[in-house]
Design a protein around this ligand. Structure first.
Ligand SMILES: Cc1cc2nc3c(=O)[nH]c(=O)nc-3n(C[C@H](O)[C@H](O)[C@H](O)COP(=O)(O)O)c2cc1C
Length: 198
């Protein structure tokens, strides 16, 4: 039974330095992890410095378990560069999963030689509305918390969608979820008629 359970680990390159990066990755492998994800920064790097993808390549070359590359994949181009430097086949992204909800779709389209239209603002808002519904269905999620998550997501989305900045500025001071719902609904209708989106 125990060997049916897949256990993996996620690590950074180190705390202050990368001195133990290789040793740590080898330790994860020696402990029989199924795979390892490495965020290619040290803890003190925070998000202040670019991810060090070259370290992923070095680690990947000595491991026999799969390495999942993580850190600073914000676009299709960065994905391609990260793949080249890390020699990885598996990737993970954090911030851009929320900033560009369709990044995986764009990457997978490029890999299969297709062209996809980037997600439009009203489509993103539709996803936020769906997410709001899922959050509300959780018994532990009070309205205040749901509203907080919406604000948090919009703050991320501002980095890619100018419309999010406007919506964020309208919603940030709100205390009632219903009012935010109304604005979300309105935003979900913007541009639909122009694109034929149903
Ligand atoms: C909204 C958000 C949620 C995250 N949740 C987790 C998590 O649950 N577990 C984890 O190991 N890392 C988590 N992270 C960190 C990311 O997985 C990732 O290691 C880090 O953000 C660097 O990748 P990025 O440059 O693609 O953002 C999260 C990051 C963000 C922005």
């Amino acid at each position: 039974m125990a060997d049916e359970i897949s256990v993996s680990a996620k690590r950074q390159l180190g705390y202050e330095t990368t001195d133990l990066a290789m040793e740590n990755a080898r330790a994860v492998e020696a402990a029989n992890a199924s795979f390892i994800t490495v965020h290619a920064r040290t803890k003190v790097d925070g998000y202040h410095y670019p991810a060090r993808w070259e370290w992923l390549g070095k680690i990947n070359d000595v491991l026999t378990i799969p390495l999942v590359a993580n850190g600073d994949i914000h676009s299709v181009d960065e994905f391609l560069r990260c793949r080249e430097m890390s020699h990885c086949e598996n990737f993970m992204w954090g911030r851009d999963a929320v900033i560009q909800p369709d990044l995986a779709r764009q990457i997978s389209a490029v890999q299969s030689g297709k062209v996809v239209e980037p997600m439009l603002w009203h489509e993103v808002v539709t996803v936020i509305i769906e997410m709001t519904g899922l959050m509300r269905a959780q018994p532990t999620m009070q309205d205040k918390k749901v509203l907080g998550r919406i604000k948090q997501w919009l703050a991320y989305l501002k980095r890619h969608y100018p419309e999010a900045a406007l919506l964020f500025s309208e919603i940030r001071g709100m205390k009632q979820l219903q009012k935010a719902d109304d604005l979300l609904w309105l935003n979900s209708t913007i541009g639909k008629e122009l694109t034929g989106y149903k």
